[in-house]
Design a protein around this ligand. Structure first.
Ligand SMILES: NC(=O)C1=CN([C@@H]2O[C@H](COP(=O)(O)OP(=O)(O)OC[C@H]3O[C@@H](n4cnc5c(N)ncnc54)[C@H](OP(=O)(O)O)[C@@H]3O)[C@@H](O)[C@H]2O)[C@@H](O)CC1
Ligand SMILES: [K+]
Length: 497
């Protein structure tokens, strides 16, 4: 996977380390704070005409940034007051220097401090909360959220946990958030993403090279992270990879068909639906370019994989929960093809997860991708503590597979600890069959020869992009495969299409 440093995400403790490393390389904390405050003041001035501003300052360096913003806006002629209830002497040194340099009005931190102001700057808390928000601070945050006034949050909306995206008690609902150096996981994970409004990242003088020292392993999913394989002018259909999708029974064929259509659209050379004769008769009435092959039972599946020169297989969409799907999944894993296990295939191992993980461990050379939503994840892995990223990482390590923990903030994690958060998504994707399409897309890219993590991240991004392209209520999963071509074209130079 490309090591594009712009996509790195820093937890609050990694960000503190980045500050430290920058300071060790000759920057001063005061200079970083000045740059941070300047960037926020500039954002306010760029987005609004001069009008009364209240800067809500907390007890730490986030508050210190707030004092810089207040000073700079006042120097530009804006009417500004600060609301602050702490003791200046108790502030960390750089914040204290800036609080002492503030010569304008300071009111106690309370909802009354909002009176007469038109814009709120939130400098109450940074990304590394040590507890839930309560008391006066909670009352002020509630008043800000009810006031309807535009809010500029410094670094992160106060109350959002920068590591997990959780709202700790209550959090500012910002219109804009200005963060420094790199985004934090809490800007992308839900509900934090929804609290942040429009997010911008500004350079405050921390050298990018510190990322290597920190050893960042979490990234945001963007097309910089992966590249789709170019089409070979002399290529034939087998060169573009063959996908097999296991069908559900007679009355449950639609989900597998969605996967198959998606695999073909994303560029697999050949796609075959396999299942019972009666299920195939339903498919036969619906598909044209997709092939059909009768195969019932694990041996027949293994034969179909060998005969079809299959590169990647999908099992799970409406496959039914139980022994049949369990055995079929194990046959696919034993065959050694790249495998995507989704939906019912995951739930079929709810009581025997170790059997699944052992089967994955026996074939370390070819990727296995598990694509659970929250419920399927809990059934397979039980309760895992921590953020969504922590959970996906633990599950990937335990299973030996790439784990896609789906949702509006899908997290992809690999067994080696690398993880990616996808925010390129649409609420329109919360519709029946959307996951079946994703499973087919992943398999299609695996068959085309992409590595496990790249194929998965690319599919997740393109899946989100397809829905964003549609962009209006009424999207159904049947629409998604036909939007994949445009999504791919938009990120592929014309010469490589
Ligand atoms: N470092 C640098 O060089 C640079 C840093 N920069 C800026 O610094 C910010 C990070 O600063 P920070 O680490 O001081 O954190 P911040 O949240 O402001 O204050 C911590 C205080 O809040 C308190 N507290 C915690 N949770 C609470 C709660 N729920 N409710 C109430 N209080 C709570 C906590 O209390 P304690 O845990 O000690 O009891 C402690 O007193 C960062 O966001 C960026 O804006 C930029 O200037 C660039 C240079
Ligand atoms: K803040």
């Amino acid at each position: 996977m490309a090591d594009f440093e712009g996509t790195a995400l820093l937890t609050p403790s990694e960000m503190a380390r980045a500050d430290e490393l920058a300071i060790g390389q000759g920057r001063t904390g005061l200079a970083l704070m000045e740059a941070a405050g300047k960037a926020v003041a500039d954002a306010v001035r760029l987005n609004a005409a001069p009008q009364p501003v209240v800067v809500l300052c907390g007890q730490g360096n986030n508050g210190g940034d707030g004092f810089v913003v207040a000073r700079r806006l006042a120097a530009a002629g804006w009417p500004v007051h600060v609301a602050f209830s702490g003791h200046i002497d108790a502030l960390p040194p750089d914040a204290r220097t800036n609080a002492e340099a503030w010569t304008g009005e300071t009111l106690p931190l309370s909802p009354d401090a909002l009176a007469g102001c038109a814009i709120v700057v939130d400098a109450l808390l940074g990304a590394g909360l040590s507890r839930d928000v309560s008391g006066d601070m909670a009352r002020v945050i509630d008043a800000v959220n009810r006031s309807g006034r535009p809010v500029f949050a410094i670094d992160i909306p106060s109350g959002v946990d920068g590591a997990t995206g959780a709202v700790r008690g209550i959090a500012i609902k910002a219109d804009r958030t200005i963060t420094f150096f790199r985004k934090k996981p809490g800007h992308l994970l839900l509900p934090g993403r929804g609290q942040s409004g429009r997010l911008s990242v500004v350079d405050i003088g921390i050298p990018g090279a510190v990322l290597e020292t920190i050893g960042v392993t979490l990234r945001q999913n963007t097309p910089e992270l992966w590249s789709l394989p170019p089409l070979d002018a002399g290529g034939h259909k087998y060169g573009r990879g063959a996908v097999m999708v296991v069908s559900g029974g007679l009355l449950n064929t639609g989900a597998a068909r969605l996967s198959a259509r998606a695999a073909l659209r994303i560029g697999a050379g050949l796609v075959t639906l396999v299942g019972s004769r009666d299920a195939l008769q339903v498919h036969a009435a619906q598909v044209t370019a997709i092939m059909l092959r009768e195969a019932a039972g694990p041996e027949a599946l293994a034969e179909a994989i060998a005969a079809g020169k299959i590169d990647a297989a999908v099992i799970g969409p409406a496959a039914s929960v139980g022994e049949t799907t369990r055995e079929a999944s194990l046959a696919i894993l034993a065959s050694g093809v790249a495998a995507v296990l989704d939906a019912d295939a995951l739930t079929s191992f709810a009581h025997t997860p170790d059997t699944l993980f052992a089967a994955i461990a026996r074939r370390p050379d070819r990727p296995v991708v598990l694509t659970p939503h929250g419920g399927e994840f809990a059934r397979l892995f039980g309760r895992i503590e921590g953020s969504k990223v922590d959970q996906a990482r633990v599950a990937a390590e335990r299973s030996g597979a790439i784990v896609v923990l789906k949702g509006g903030d899908t997290v992809v994690a690999a067994p080696d600890g690398r993880a990616v958060i996808n925010a390129h998504a649409s609420p329109l994707l919360a519709t029946a069959g959307s996951g079946d399409v994703l499973a087919g897309m992943i398999a299609g890219l695996l068959a085309r020869g992409m590595t496990g993590l790249e194929a998965t991240c690319a599919a997740v991004w393109l899946h989100g992009d397809a829905a964003l392209r549609h962009g209006r209520p009424g999207l159904v999963s049947d629409d998604l495969p036909d939007l994949i071509a445009d999504a791919m074209a938009a990120i592929t130079p014309a010469s490589l299409r």
